[in-house]
Design a protein. Structure first.
Length: 114
């Protein structure tokens, strides 16, 4: 992805905390699994190699790991990849963008699993 020297923060939070961030920044009043806050969005000062922050709800990740039949580590890895893709500019609001992002997510997940 061309992000070899990039830096990011990964923050593990509760459902309560991620819900408050989701409500305050996305105006969606419910918990979610992962949120990304990019340092490189729009106009502003150069952030150097900093990509931004990825917040992962450990409670949601635990529930989803059971639901999807994967380990907690595998689910957290998937959520981290998903969050990093958002920081790199990928989105899934439109169907074609969602397909592209999902394919890249699967490809990266396979690379880190091998």
């Amino acid at each position: 992805m061309g992000l070899n020297d990039a830096e990011l923060s990964v923050i593990f939070v509760s459902d309560k905390r991620i819900r408050s961030y989701n409500r305050d920044y996305r105006f969606i009043d419910k918990a979610t699994d992962v949120l990304s806050f990019a340092a490189r969005e729009g106009e502003g000062p150069d952030c150097g190699d900093e990509l931004g922050d990825v917040f992962i709800s450990t409670e949601t990740a635990m529930r989803q790991s059971v639901e999807y039949g994967v380990t907690l580590e595998e689910e957290i890895t998937r959520l981290l990849i998903h969050g990093v893709l958002h920081l790199a500019g990928y989105d899934h609001m439109q169907p074609e963008d969602a397909r592209r992002m999902k394919a890249l997510e699967k490809k990266l997940l396979k690379q880190v699993s091998d």
